[in-house]
Design a protein around this ligand. Sequence first.
Ligand SMILES: [Zn+2]
Length: 610
Amino acid sequence: MLFCNETDSGSCRDPKGCRLPTGAESREKSWKGAVTVARTDNGSPADGAVSDGDRWLRINWHKAVKIVSRLQTRIVKAVRAGDARRSRGLRRILANSRAARLMAVRRVTSNRGKRTAGVDGVRLKTPASRWQEAGKLNSPGYRPKPLRRIYIPRKNGKKRPLGIPAMRDRSEQAAELSALDPVAECTADMHSYGFRKKRSVHDAIEACYNALRLKGSAKWVLEADIKGCFDNISHRRMTDNVPTSKEKLRLWLKAGYMERGMFSPTETGTPQGGIISPTLANMALDGMEKLLRDKFGKTHKIHLVRYADDFIITGATKELLENEVKPLIAEFLKERGLGLSEEKTKISHIDDGFDFLGFNIRKYRGKLMTRPAKSAIASVKEKIREIVRANATAKTENLIGQLNPVIRGWANHFRHVVSSKIFGSIDHAIWEKTWRWAKRRHPDKSLPWIKSKYFQREGNRKWVFREKGRKFALFKMADVPIRRHVKIRADANPYDPEWEEYFRERETKSHKRNVKDKSGGLWVRQNGICPICHTILNEEEEWDIHHLIPKSEGGDDSMANLALVHISCHREYHRYGSVAGCLTVSYQCPSRMKGNFHVRFFGGEGAVMR
Ligand SMILES: [Zn+2]
């Protein structure tokens, strides 16, 4: 049977039920049967039958997540125990499971690239098409389509090629990845931070800080640059070493790409743009840390910090890095079909500093400072200049609406390092541009008139860019408080239940620190759970703020009227609200009594206590 009878948990929106079968006995029931039941000749569902679209909208995501994460935990245990056979068996079960397939389709249809179609033009926009797609995954005779090649502009004016896989291939990869990633997490280098769950650029920067901050820390840094890492990784190496379906992996790697109607084969490299590619590249580069540890042990102040294909190695002397470390790494990369770029690989003294991931790390009179790199400052200024130029005749609110996300995003990215002076100087540069923008609009008016129209007094600030009588003001970087980022524990594994509590606490703490932010406050209130699908709100999917009483019906922006939801849930709720059923918001009781949760059903019959 297709629907479970889980009506007691409060997570089911409809008495007719949620959407994953309850037990193993139903797991094997024909998927295809479920997808194609009772259709009339014209393709619409027959009377009384549930359409594919409804099936998608009624999926019990909470349950799907549970099934997948339970299997992932078992994979981790098997890998830890060194039981390769068991881990292989579990991976196969997981990649074939209905829950993983549904979540794979959800993942590829809700992330940022969802609007970009592959070579076949399929975009899976409707719930019915998503349901049907999930049914087709993992069927025999699957062959990936070539990637659609597009070019995105780079900072230096050149263009970078990017391959866009078809939706079907993305879904297949996502399902396979859900089984591969737990293994990758177990075997990953401890100080590798790129494209891994729960790890970020800020963790990598903190790791550099830890390795270099003390008086007795290493003085020399090797900044490595791998020549075209993603394009050159050897296929052989990956198919031999990556524990995943070899057949599929080979097909993906050899899929080739289409450019202006011409097909080109791929002989090396991972398909850039593929969901599984970053993990493949990470797995190919894992082992560098062990290599260094085996050779040097804890002597010579050797530390590696890697973010995807970008990495640095610290060392006690320049000679050591040049004559011993560099050849060792070059050899390691050669085995993988890769090499260091001679021009871009440098060895610097910590007093001269170096740039890493958009940050500049340098010792000033013995004190280690991390700041935004010059190139990062220049690029945000350039972006702001472009927006102001493009909006020379636009309404003030439109200009502010375009500038604010850029300003806020940049400031949030650099809020964990020594940035306050730089924030101030960028704010000043923005002020200069907006002032010039305002003057150019009214060449005949006096300066006091222009100032009073566009710049208002707020608190002890005299020059807040906001049009007279309007609410919307320009955001100031200086308003972002500088706070040290707490680095993730190097050996933490998000798939290991032992670390579950640690990650939960870490996330709650970071959101509590941002409680002044609307979304931070809502996250804490909802305990990090999306009230529509009842799964965790994490960084894998984007979020949206939902108005419980719509603004058009008199709802306001107060916290009581808001809920934090996944962007995809939000869209489905508004578009297919009647099917999606009621929205459950649970929030912590203001009395702060532990474990006292109140649940309100919106669209249901009033308040219910749990
Ligand atoms: Zn959701």
